[in-house]
Design a protein around this ligand. Structure first.
Ligand code: HPA
Length: 235
């Protein structure tokens, strides 16, 4: 048990897939895991542990934003001996170079967030994925014949803002898209010397306002989920 996760000791696997949304964690666990058990539901943030092709895997939610994923990933790494976390989420593309449904394997996450600096004294505005998960995802995608873009993204604390311009930090680090969590996950993993990766599906194109519709959303995320699970078998 940790402050925000009520799972008993030993009931979380060493590899955890972390979507933002608790209902997405539930959907994935029901669809992909064998013998899955709900091991925590504190604050309605669900964690399920089961097996995927005989490998123990936990799928749970991170919530939205750096503060939330900062809490869950820290407790998973430090109180449950988790080694590998793969965030799976959606992102908004900053240009039409990306298309809806494109898959991004995050190389580095840049942010204006003070999280890394104030939590761990990490002064960088841009933090790389940690450990070998990124490479495993890359290799797995090749084997599955899936196209995957290895790119930098912007982890923003802000979803709604006045200016339509691409934020400076995103331009400075050539971020092709925006999401809200990878930076804090990578910062925790760097500090704790753990493994962290982030896989994203492009759900909206910011300049054109194109979006994956609510109906398409569930199905459109399946390739990313399968890629993350298959990559997890290598960890
Ligand atoms: N901003 C932040 N996070 C996101 C977005 C966005 O436009 N789209 C999907 N996740």
């Amino acid at each position: 048990m940790s402050i925000h996760i009520s799972a008993p000791a030993g009931s979380i696997a060493r590899t955890v897939l972390l979507p933002g949304d608790p209902l997405r964690a539930k959907y994935m666990a029901e669809r992909f895991l064998q013998n899955s058990q709900l091991v925590s539901q504190t604050r309605n943030i669900f964690y399920y542990t089961g097996t995927y092709k005989d490998k123990p895997i936990t799928i749970g939610a991170s919530g939205m934003g750096c503060p939330s994923i900062g809490i869950y990933s820290y407790e998973l790494y430090t109180e449950y001996d988790v080694d590998n976390i793969i965030r799976i989420g959606t992102c908004g593309a900053y240009s039409t170079d990306l298309k809806l449904f494109d898959l991004v394997n995050v190389d580095e996450a840049a942010s204006e967030s003070s999280f890394a600096r104030y939590a761990w004294g990490i002064k960088d505005e841009c933090i790389r994925h940690q450990g070998k998960a990124f490479k495993h995802i890359k290799k797995t995608a090749r084997k599955m014949n899936m196209s995957l873009l290895n790119r930098n993204v912007h982890s923003s604390d802000i979803f709604y803002r006045k200016s339509k311009k691409i934020p400076k930090v995103a331009e400075a680090y050539e971020c092709v898209a925006v999401e809200m969590e990878a930076f804090a996950l990578f910062a925790n993993a760097e500090h704790l010397e753990k493994t962290a990766a982030c896989l994203l599906t492009v759900s909206d194109i910011i300049p054109t306002h194109e979006k994956i519709s609510a109906d398409e959303r569930e199905k459109s995320l399946l390739p990313m989920m399968e890629l993350a699970l298959e990559a997890a078998l290598r960890m």
